[in-house]
Design a protein around this ligand. Structure first.
Ligand SMILES: Nc1ncnc2c1ncn2[C@@H]1O[C@H](COP(=O)(O)OP(=O)(O)OP(=O)(O)O)[C@@H](O)[C@H]1O
Length: 236
């Protein structure tokens, strides 16, 4: 398989509500793909199916053995120290060392022995990223990981993800509501609508991306039109 991710005929319904009808999706090794779509279009449902978390999803799914997922909520265990959260579920003798290495990549070495309850929202999401990184994933699945962060923290978290992706080159599938986030980070943006991938946009811009670049502005307009949002309506 030359693709890192290959999804064929993905389907999912909840009783008579058909959410995913016929989704085909490919991600090349090291490619960063963003998935946008209106609220309720099935973005999270698709991500969960790809992650193997949804036994009732139908279709064929191929993905790297090592994959990791980061959700909008950090899902850290409050009674476990940060470094233990990072290596939760892993076995081996050097777990603390591995946790510290991953925490240093997200700038949180100093918080290794803290409990999650003492961290800010942005720090908690960085721990969740470290927990993903420590698994050296070939595929990183990100489900609105910055959705709950304030604007400045969100920008910093986006820059961190861009840097980690450039260093480690996993394939990435990022679910986001935010067309600017998609255009800042992704090689390609997919639009999920009516239960399938309705559009694919190549983000043919060098990195780091400049939001004022005329091509960026044009792509932003196309994506918003694809979502059925007028340019003046900022957020969905
Ligand atoms: N466990 C469930 N039971 C019933 N319906 C569900 C369940 N999970 C999801 N759905 C429905 O499937 C549809 C798609 O949900 P999903 O969370 O995948 O959408 P989304 O595109 O990620 O939305 P958002 O952007 O608002 O997070 C929604 O209509 C939702 O109500």
């Amino acid at each position: 398989m030359t693709n890192s991710v290959q999804v064929r005929r993905a389907g999912r319904h909840f009783k008579d509500h058909v959410v995913l009808k016929d989704v085909d999706l490919d991600i090349a090794p090291g490619e960063f793909v963003a998935l946008i779509g209106q609220s309720g279009s099935g973005k999270s449902t698709l991500l969960r199916a790809i992650a193997g978390l949804d036994p009732e999803a139908t279709g064929d799914y191929a993905k790297p053995d090592r994959h990791a997922i980061v959700f909008q909520e950090h899902r850290l265990l409050p009674w476990s120290r940060v470094w233990r959260n990072v290596t939760l579920g892993l076995t081996g003798t050097d777990l603390r060392q591995r946790a510290l290495r991953a925490l240093s990549e997200v700038g949180l070495t100093a918080h290794a022995d803290a409990y999650p309850g003492t961290l800010s929202g942005g720090e908690s999401q960085r721990v969740a990223l470290a927990r993903a990184l420590v698994r050296t994933p070939g595929l990183l699945l990100l489900d609105e990981p910055f959705g709950a962060l304030d604007a400045l923290t969100r920008l910093k978290a986006q820059a961190l993800v861009a840097q980690l992706w450039a260093e480690h080159q996993p394939a990435v599938l990022l679910v986001t509501h935010d067309v600017e986030e998609a255009l800042l980070l992704a090689d390609r943006v997919l639009l999920l609508a009516d239960g399938h991938i309705a559009e694919s946009y190549d983000v043919d811009l060098p990195r780091p991306r400049q939001i004022g670049h005329p091509r960026f502005v044009a792509l932003r307009r196309q994506l918003l039109a694809g979502l059925g949002v007028a340019e003046t309506e900022e957020e969905l």
